[in-house]
Design a protein around this ligand. Structure first.
Ligand code: ADP
Length: 585
């Protein structure tokens, strides 16, 4: 409550202080005026007395008779109380003094200040204690030819007298201040509530808190509630803006690109996390800050671009943009910059390694396919030309050539099949419809397809996959995983070997498979590349066995399409082992 009325109390305190100061000033002024008035009245009065004494002096010819005692009778006639009259000759000798009997013996008065002054300017005054009577007098001395007449009155102008005289005036003043005080009290009380609420409001604003209150219905209250409405609107707008900003920043942070907004003087205003990561990768410095963006030589092109446009300006033209690529440590980055109308600009960094690599792989793939197709096509062409040109060809030879041509067309078919499977995987991406695929069934189908080859090579197959093992995926792709692995084991492991297919681990999301044989294995220097398209360890052997060099590429891509992982290793006892995972159904 005390603090609530603090404003009012302060106001009253100041008001009282002003009252006291004004009262002191007025009283001092009045006192001085009164003093001046009294002195001038006294001067007039005493001057008249000196004139009367002088007249009396001249009429009675006292200067001749030296009968100064005559003046006593005049003195008695004068109405003033406490009056003292002295006559001093021009040498300072006291000729008469109404208050002293033996005035002949009085000391010389020539050095009395009122006498000195009256010698100079006709009359002189002084307030002092009398050297003769010991009383305090107001002296008035007037110089006449040959002598001075001095009239003095006991000086009794004191403050208490004056105060008494001015009490009425002071009372009036106090009454006036009291009335003003009461009015002020009522007004401050009325406004105090508004001021207090405004103060509470200001405090909550500095603490960034929302504020709700009803202001009293007075002018200040109306201003207060208007301010409050504006503030609450502003706060709501600010909060909305913060939410939008948060959304935008989340969105920008979720982007694959690094993005940063710069002010016209090249200071960074915002950047997402990716921007810093890409800056680190491009600069090769892991401790770099976003503020050092323009210190990185790879971005000098952006600086030049900005500087060029800050000279020419951008207003009213098309939005200037630039884009270029950087390659660093085998990776490719795209740098883009857009300048806005207010000369601020944004920089977008993207890692385009995958895109660039895909482009490269596609180019290689096309030239590989052309190369792979050329061999069977030209040999088929050769056989047909021979048959066409030689009419008397031996039927046995003819059959041989036709069989060879047929084998080459089989090879072509296999190649085209593999390419189309790979294309299917690439096109499907993550959009294929997953189905329940039972692995035992798939393995069984693969066995059926290769049963004659398995038997002719005297190979055996051990399957340790439970009936219930089912994965979620595309059936034909999963079939081609097992098919290609089986085909490779048949082709490369060799006669009398054993193929083992088993689930060696399972977790919440995946089954982990092992597909192995105990054949020759893959030479260690090639093992890292066997998943590449058209990569063969021994191309002669691969071709002879009908291999296209795409089998393991299909396997890897199919597994990865199912979000699984795959690796290959040589077994310690000899042979090759493929470990891969496929998602559980
Ligand atoms: P290909 O059509 O030539 O079989 P793949 O991509 O299927 O092509 O295999 C790539 C190479 O890996 C083969 O040329 C072969 O040398 C080697 N390879 C694959 N599987 C085995 C295996 N089980 N044992 C030995 N070598 C293998």
């Amino acid at each position: 409550m005390l603090s609530r009325n603090k404003f009012r109390n302060n106001l009253l305190f100041f008001y009282t202080a002003i009252f006291v100061v004004v009262a002191i000033l007025i009283i001092t002024y009045q006192y001085n005026r009164e003093k001046e008035y009294r002195i001038s009245t006294l001067n007039d009065e005493l001057y008249n007395i000196t004139r009367i004494v002088d007249n009396y002096f001249l009429i009675n010819n006292i200067s001749e008779s030296n009968n100064y005692r005559l003046l006593d009778s005049l003195y008695r006639l004068l109405p003033q109380e406490n009056l003292r009259i002295s006559i001093i000759d021009s040498t300072g000798r006291v000729l008469y003094d109404s208050s002293v009997q033996e005035y002949e013996n009085m000391e010389n008065h020539i050095r009395r200040p009122e006498i000195i002054e009256s010698a100079i300017s006709g009359y002189g005054t002084a307030v002092r204690k009398s050297g003769t009577t010991g009383q305090r007098y107001y002296y008035y001395a007037k110089s006449f030819p040959g002598y001075y007449i001095r009239a003095a009155l006991v000086y009794d102008i004191n403050v208490s007298n004056f105060m008494r005289a001015n009490l009425r005036f002071l009372f009036m003043l106090l009454l006036f201040f009291l009335i003003v005080g009461v009015v002020l009290f009522i007004v401050t009380n009325k406004f105090g509530e508004s001021v207090t609420r405004l103060k509470d409001f200001a405090i909550s604003v500095t603490h960034n808190e929302p504020y709700r209150t009803d202001f009293p219905r007075n002018e200040l209250g109306i201003i207060g509630s208007e301010i409050l409405d504006i503030y609450n609107d502003l706060l709501a707008a600010k909060n909305e803006l913060a939410i939008e900003k948060e959304k935008l920043s989340n969105h920008l942070n979720a982007l694959n690109e690094g993005i940063a907004f710069f002010s016209p003087d090249k200071k960074i205003n915002f950047n997402n996390d990716h921007f810093i990561q890409l800056m680190n990768m491009i600069s090769g410095d892991l401790r770099i800050f976003s503020s050092s963006f323009f210190d990185i030589p790879e971005f000098s092109e952006i600086r030049d671009f900005i500087d060029r446009h800050s000279e020419t300006g951008t207003i009213g033209r098309e939005i200037p943009m630039t884009e270029y690529q950087i390659s660093k440590d085998g990776r490719f980055f795209r740098v883009q910059c857009v300048i806005f109308n207010d000369s601020s600009f944004e920089v977008i960094l993207s890692d385009v390694t995958k895109m660039s690599k895909n482009k490269l792989i596609k180019q290689q793939m096309t030239s590989n396919i052309a190369h792979e197709l050329k061999t069977p096509v030209s040999s088929i062409k050769g056989y047909i030309e021979t048959l066409l040109n030689d009419n008397e060809i031996d039927p046995k030879k003819k059959k041989y050539f036709l069989e060879k041509a047929l084998a080459q067309t089989d090879r072509l078919t296999g190649l085209i099949n593999d390419i189309s499977v790979l294309n299917k995987i690439e096109e499907a991406g993550a959009s294929f419809l997953p189905e329940k695929v039972k692995i035992r069934k798939v393995v069984k189908e693969v066995m059926d397809n290769f049963i004659s080859a398995i038997e002719s090579r005297q190979m055996s197959v051990e399957i340790d996959v439970d009936e219930k093992v089912a994965v979620k995926g595309n059936k034909s792709l999963i079939l081609s995983v097992f098919q290609n692995l089986m085909e490779n084991s048949i082709n490369y492991a060799g006669d009398g070997t054993t193929v083992r297919i088993l689930v060696y681990n399972e977790d919440k999301k995946f089954y982990h498979f092992s597909f192995s044989d105990n054949g020759v294995g893959i030479p260690q220097e090639h093992i890292g590349r066997v998943f590449e398209r058209f990569y063969r360890v021994d191309s002669g052997r691969s071709r002879k066995s009908g291999g296209t060099g795409l089998g393991l590429a299909i396997v890897k891509n199919a597994v990865m399409l199912h979000r699984g992982e795959i690796l290959v290793r040589n077994k310690t006892g000899g042979g090759t082992e493929f470990l891969f995972s496929l998602p559980r159904y």
